[in-house]
Design a protein around this ligand. Structure first.
Ligand code: XBP
Ligand code: MG
Length: 250
């Protein structure tokens, strides 16, 4: 049996529920500041989430809901500007402590470190967003816990393409079967599986109905000793939460 060596974490939706009350209002603040009457409500944002990456998501929105804007000569500058401001507003929001880590995340990260497992971040989100979230929720020191932070435009093709996971594997010098990925979405699962990495899925409100065929296990959250997780697909045996001994035992 291959020995587990590293845990690879997605960020948005996996480490924290950042989408509905984090990125979404930040996008809306950027639109308002720019004098645009665009507003992404919770339902529309759920639809837009099929596109990973904020800049790509704005373009998708324009194509489908504001096609006249496509004719603007400075379209890519407009998108880049809105995205930059959105990243700023997202940072402001994180500073307020409004977006906590999901159940079990902090504990599992600490256990994994104590158990000698290596850690990495594999996400489509902008690198600063990762830094902000880790600092705001775990303190500055947490940035050193992750050997590799693979994020944003570091690869041209975002999830569901496997490229960002393949990039992380290369950085870590590990084989896919020596790693375990944690994802919250179908796009994320496809990316991790596309790179050959077994994957645990922790769903959230936006992703609960998605297709998670071939995930190792699908649960509502990682759980805590006194807060069992609900198994939605697969089997945890007699275990009631995800802990490093369980992961190391395979
Ligand atoms: C996350 C995303 C990101 C965030 C915003 O996908 O799609 O786009 O919504 O981040 P995943 P940026 O969790 O699968 O990585 O605006 O910085 O791109
Ligand atoms: Mg995600």
């Amino acid at each position: 049996m291959t020995q587990l060596k590293a845990l690879l974490f997605d960020v948005d939706g996996t480490l924290a529920d950042t989408e509905r009350d984090g990125h979404r209002p930040a996008f809306n603040q950027a639109f308002t500041e720019a004098g645009l009457d665009w507003h992404w409500d919770e339902t529309l944002y759920g639809e837009l989430l099929q596109v990973t990456g904020g800049k790509e998501r704005i373009l998708f929105f324009i194509e489908h809901y504001q096609p006249a804007v496509l004719k603007q000569a400075n379209l890519s500058q407009l998108i880049a500007h809105l995205h930059k401001r959105k990243t700023h507003f997202y940072f402001e929001l994180l500073q307020t402590g409004a977006i906590p880590l999901r159940t079990g995340v902090k504990r599992l990260l600490q256990e994994a470190r104590a158990a000698g497992l290596r850690l990495a971040i594999v996400t489509t989100t902008t690198p600063e967003n990762v830094t902000y979230l880790l600092k705001a929720s775990l303190g500055e020191e947490a940035l050193t816990w992750f050997e590799c932070i693979a994020a944003g435009d570091i690869v041209p093709k975002k999830k569901p393409a496997p490229d960002i996971y393949e990039y992380a594997l290369k950085q870590l010098k590990l084989r896919p079967d020596e790693c375990l990925a944690f994802e919250d979405s179908e796009n994320g699962l496809k990316a991790a599986l596309g790179a050959g990495i077994p994957t645990v899925v922790t769903v959230n409100n936006y992703t609960a109905q998605q297709n998670f065929t071939n995930a190792l296990v699908v649960i509502d959250h990682l759980g805590e000793p006194d807060q069992p997780c609900r198994v939605l697909q697969g089997n945890l045996g007699s275990h009631t939460y995800i802990h490093s001994d369980l992961l190391k035992a395979g």
